[in-house]
Design a protein around this ligand. Sequence first.
Ligand code: EZ4
Ligand code: CO
Length: 402
Amino acid sequence: MTTIERAEVLITSPGRNFVTLRITTSDGVTGLGDATLNGRELAVASYLEDHIVPLLIGRDPARIEDMWQYLYRGAYWRRGPVTMTAIAAVDTALWDIKGKVAGLPVYQLLGGRSRDGVLVYTHASGSDTEALLDDVARAQDLGYQAIRAQAAVPGIAGTYGVKKNGRYEPANSSLPEEQPWSTEDYLRFAPTYLRAVRERFGFDFHLLHDVHHRLTPIEAARFGKEVEDVRLFWMEDPTPAESQDAFRLIREHTTTPVAVGEALTSIWDVQHLITAQLIDYVRTTVVHAGGITHLRRIFDLAALYQVRSGSHGASDLSPVCQAAAIHLDTAIPNFGIQEHMGYPEQVSEVFRTGVTYADGHLHVSDAPGLGVEYDDEAAARFPYSPKYLPVARRLDGSVHDW
Ligand code: EZ4
Ligand code: CO
């Protein structure tokens, strides 16, 4: 029997930190899984190295579902981002191996193509409304048909989502940066720049906006209602999702579509959101929600309730996760949209991927497995350096949701 012979946890920082799990079988086939949890990289590396890798050696790499059950159900301590990211890494690597053994790209193993390409949205932002408008024009020139718009709230240094020197990278300091937040200023300003985008560019493209957990349910309801004329594709993470029922209040007040889930890690975290039809798009993704196996299960549940996928795709999800996500997006019936933020240049020196962009869509190659290769020599040139996400404080100094 073919067995898992080796599993290595690889850490590199080509412009930003990534953790990768590489599993090698007794037949010499390798599979890759993304294990990156932004700002908590070493916690996942330890969970894998100290608690998962010893369990893998000698097992059958073909038993993907059983491995998932063994690592999730077989453990007393369940769920949470560290655990689910580690399980995701194993699951993704095993799908990669299965594809290579079969000589098929992963989307074929998932049932084959449901669409020609994967609609993606890119990010546009600005230090003020004019700069945002310039950035939306740039995104349109690149062919994007869906664009997320964020602008710096006047007087609020470090507003979420605004690029510095052409890139947005929130995990930016060796200890968490503390950033101010004013809900009042945001609620006054954000509708004005979203309206300015529609006034300048019209309605012939999808416009998205990320609230990034900053509002209470009633504030989010007011915001959604106020921007209905802007016809957002979605408002993202309007309020923290620890209480799934909080979304009912938003729902009762506005027809602005709601997306949530980038920080959620299991089907249980989205069960009520989906089954009570409190959201329109579920943003869970491969690396943080238990891998291809579990994400497929979430999307299948979502399909029953006309909820579509809208997976997180920020630069802190590695090209291995991106490739896995595009394979899944290609295959599922209820795909909605995929986030595509792009990577620092050096990332392509370490990860060679078959994912390509054309006309607002991403495509996977027909290479067997996920179609991603990891260059150890290049990786060694970029040592890990600790980076934290910021912390938000209201103007009175108290902690707010970042
Ligand atoms: O803040 O991935 O929609 N994208 C986002 C991201 C998240 C980061 C956190 O690690 O909200 O920018
Ligand atoms: Co987001």
